[in-house]
Design a protein around this ligand. Structure first.
Ligand code: ZN
Length: 187
Protein backbone atom coordinates (compact mmCIF):
# COMPACT_ATOMS: atom_id res chain seq x y z
CA UNK A 1 0.00 0.00 0.00
CA UNK A 2 2.33 2.69 1.21
CA UNK A 3 5.46 3.56 3.09
CA UNK A 4 4.34 5.64 6.08
CA UNK A 5 6.07 8.18 8.26
CA UNK A 6 7.61 6.54 11.34
CA UNK A 7 6.93 8.54 14.50
CA UNK A 8 10.00 9.38 16.54
CA UNK A 9 10.69 9.20 20.26
CA UNK A 10 9.15 12.24 21.92
CA UNK A 11 5.89 12.00 19.94
CA UNK A 12 2.85 11.24 22.11
CA UNK A 13 1.40 8.34 20.09
CA UNK A 14 4.37 6.14 21.06
CA UNK A 15 3.30 6.33 24.71
CA UNK A 16 -0.39 5.56 24.18
CA UNK A 17 -1.75 2.06 24.86
CA UNK A 18 -3.18 0.73 21.60
CA UNK A 19 -6.74 -0.50 21.09
CA UNK A 20 -7.75 -4.13 20.68
CA UNK A 21 -8.72 -5.19 17.13
CA UNK A 22 -12.33 -6.39 17.14
CA UNK A 23 -12.48 -7.52 13.53
CA UNK A 24 -9.66 -8.28 11.11
CA UNK A 25 -11.28 -6.04 8.51
CA UNK A 26 -10.06 -4.61 5.22
CA UNK A 27 -8.83 -1.62 7.20
CA UNK A 28 -6.61 -3.90 9.29
CA UNK A 29 -5.34 -5.65 6.14
CA UNK A 30 -4.33 -2.24 4.78
CA UNK A 31 -2.65 -1.36 8.07
CA UNK A 32 -0.64 -4.60 7.95
CA UNK A 33 0.47 -3.89 4.38
CA UNK A 34 1.54 -0.37 5.37
CA UNK A 35 3.50 -1.80 8.33
CA UNK A 36 5.28 -4.31 6.09
CA UNK A 37 6.01 -1.75 3.36
CA UNK A 38 7.37 0.71 5.91
CA UNK A 39 9.40 -1.90 7.82
CA UNK A 40 11.07 -3.21 4.65
CA UNK A 41 11.68 0.31 3.31
CA UNK A 42 13.54 1.14 6.53
CA UNK A 43 15.34 -2.23 6.79
CA UNK A 44 13.70 -2.87 10.15
CA UNK A 45 13.14 -6.28 11.78
CA UNK A 46 9.84 -5.21 13.32
CA UNK A 47 7.29 -2.43 13.34
CA UNK A 48 4.24 -1.80 15.51
CA UNK A 49 1.12 0.11 14.43
CA UNK A 50 1.60 2.99 16.94
CA UNK A 51 4.94 3.73 15.26
CA UNK A 52 3.06 4.79 12.13
CA UNK A 53 0.51 6.66 14.23
CA UNK A 54 -2.21 3.99 14.28
CA UNK A 55 -3.22 2.96 17.77
CA UNK A 56 -4.24 -0.67 17.17
CA UNK A 57 -2.77 -3.82 18.69
CA UNK A 58 -0.94 -4.98 15.56
CA UNK A 59 2.74 -5.53 14.82
CA UNK A 60 4.84 -7.24 12.18
CA UNK A 61 8.31 -8.78 12.33
CA UNK A 62 10.70 -10.30 9.83
CA UNK A 63 13.85 -11.67 11.40
CA UNK A 64 15.10 -13.54 8.34
CA UNK A 65 18.73 -12.85 7.40
CA UNK A 66 19.56 -10.76 4.34
CA UNK A 67 20.38 -13.81 2.25
CA UNK A 68 17.17 -15.64 3.21
CA UNK A 69 13.71 -15.29 1.65
CA UNK A 70 11.41 -12.77 3.34
CA UNK A 71 9.50 -14.21 6.25
CA UNK A 72 6.98 -11.68 7.56
CA UNK A 73 4.88 -12.63 10.60
CA UNK A 74 1.79 -10.61 11.50
CA UNK A 75 0.59 -10.40 15.11
CA UNK A 76 -2.89 -9.09 15.90
CA UNK A 77 -3.99 -8.71 19.56
CA UNK A 78 -0.82 -10.50 20.74
CA UNK A 79 -0.34 -11.66 24.29
CA UNK A 80 2.89 -12.96 25.80
CA UNK A 81 1.71 -15.95 27.80
CA UNK A 82 5.05 -17.28 29.05
CA UNK A 83 8.50 -15.81 29.62
CA UNK A 84 11.70 -17.08 31.21
CA UNK A 85 15.45 -16.60 31.32
CA UNK A 86 17.24 -13.26 31.46
CA UNK A 87 19.77 -11.58 29.21
CA UNK A 88 21.13 -8.19 28.31
CA UNK A 89 21.26 -7.32 24.66
CA UNK A 90 21.67 -4.33 22.39
CA UNK A 91 18.59 -3.05 20.57
CA UNK A 92 17.59 -0.34 18.18
CA UNK A 93 14.19 0.94 17.09
CA UNK A 94 12.97 2.70 13.95
CA UNK A 95 11.52 5.38 16.25
CA UNK A 96 15.05 6.02 17.59
CA UNK A 97 17.10 6.35 14.39
CA UNK A 98 20.66 5.07 14.76
CA UNK A 99 20.57 4.76 18.56
CA UNK A 100 21.53 1.33 19.92
CA UNK A 101 21.13 0.78 23.65
CA UNK A 102 21.71 -2.12 26.06
CA UNK A 103 18.47 -3.49 27.50
CA UNK A 104 17.27 -6.34 29.73
CA UNK A 105 15.11 -8.99 28.10
CA UNK A 106 13.74 -12.46 28.60
CA UNK A 107 15.48 -15.19 26.61
CA UNK A 108 12.35 -17.23 25.99
CA UNK A 109 8.85 -16.03 25.27
CA UNK A 110 5.66 -17.68 24.13
CA UNK A 111 3.21 -15.42 22.35
CA UNK A 112 -0.35 -16.02 21.26
CA UNK A 113 -1.94 -13.82 18.60
CA UNK A 114 -4.29 -13.75 15.62
CA UNK A 115 -2.94 -13.96 12.09
CA UNK A 116 -4.04 -11.87 9.11
CA UNK A 117 -7.02 -14.20 8.64
CA UNK A 118 -8.11 -13.79 12.24
CA UNK A 119 -6.94 -17.29 13.17
CA UNK A 120 -5.15 -17.84 16.49
CA UNK A 121 -1.56 -19.10 16.54
CA UNK A 122 1.21 -19.55 19.10
CA UNK A 123 4.94 -18.97 18.65
CA UNK A 124 7.59 -20.10 21.09
CA UNK A 125 10.76 -18.04 20.61
CA UNK A 126 13.73 -19.41 22.53
CA UNK A 127 17.37 -18.88 23.44
CA UNK A 128 17.42 -15.11 23.07
CA UNK A 129 17.07 -15.22 19.30
CA UNK A 130 16.38 -12.10 17.30
CA UNK A 131 12.80 -13.32 17.04
CA UNK A 132 12.47 -13.56 20.84
CA UNK A 133 13.80 -10.02 21.20
CA UNK A 134 11.68 -8.59 18.39
CA UNK A 135 8.48 -10.06 19.83
CA UNK A 136 9.13 -8.47 23.25
CA UNK A 137 10.17 -5.16 21.72
CA UNK A 138 7.19 -4.86 19.36
CA UNK A 139 4.66 -6.15 21.87
CA UNK A 140 5.76 -3.41 24.27
CA UNK A 141 4.98 -0.75 21.67
CA UNK A 142 1.30 -1.74 21.94
CA UNK A 143 1.34 -0.74 25.60
CA UNK A 144 3.21 2.51 25.07
CA UNK A 145 6.41 0.93 26.42
CA UNK A 146 9.70 1.67 24.67
CA UNK A 147 12.95 -0.30 24.67
CA UNK A 148 14.75 2.40 26.64
CA UNK A 149 12.35 1.68 29.54
CA UNK A 150 14.30 -1.60 29.90
CA UNK A 151 17.75 -0.01 29.66
CA UNK A 152 20.61 -1.55 31.61
CA UNK A 153 22.00 1.86 32.60
CA UNK A 154 20.05 5.05 32.15
CA UNK A 155 23.10 7.33 32.15
CA UNK A 156 24.68 5.35 29.32
CA UNK A 157 21.34 5.43 27.53
CA UNK A 158 21.07 9.20 27.95
CA UNK A 159 24.52 9.70 26.45
CA UNK A 160 23.56 7.72 23.37
CA UNK A 161 20.17 9.44 23.02
CA UNK A 162 21.80 12.85 23.27
CA UNK A 163 24.28 11.93 20.57
CA UNK A 164 21.39 11.26 18.18
CA UNK A 165 19.41 14.36 19.22
CA UNK A 166 16.72 12.33 20.94
CA UNK A 167 15.07 13.27 24.28
CA UNK A 168 16.50 11.63 27.42
CA UNK A 169 15.16 8.53 29.17
CA UNK A 170 11.86 9.21 30.95
CA UNK A 171 12.79 8.17 34.47
CA UNK A 172 9.19 7.64 35.58
CA UNK A 173 8.73 5.12 32.73
CA UNK A 174 11.68 2.91 33.66
CA UNK A 175 10.46 -0.61 34.34
CA UNK A 176 11.50 -2.37 37.50
CA UNK A 177 12.28 -5.97 36.59
CA UNK A 178 13.36 -7.76 39.79
CA UNK A 179 12.96 -11.18 38.17
CA UNK A 180 15.33 -10.31 35.35
CA UNK A 181 17.75 -8.43 37.60
CA UNK A 182 18.08 -11.27 40.11
CA UNK A 183 18.80 -13.72 37.36
CA UNK A 184 21.34 -11.41 35.68
CA UNK A 185 23.15 -10.98 39.00
CA UNK A 186 23.49 -14.74 39.39
CA UNK A 187 24.99 -15.18 35.94
ZN1 ZN B 1 10.62 -0.12 18.40
Amino acid sequence: MAVKKVFKYGEAVLREPAKEVHKVSKKIHELVQDLLDTMYAQNGVGLAAPQIGVSYRVFVIDTSANDEPLHPIVFINPKIIKKSGAMTTQEGCLSFPEAFIDVKRYKNVTVRALDINGRPFVIEAKDGTLQAKAIQHENDHLDGILFIDHCVNRFDADNILEKYNLPPVEVNKLISEPELENELKND
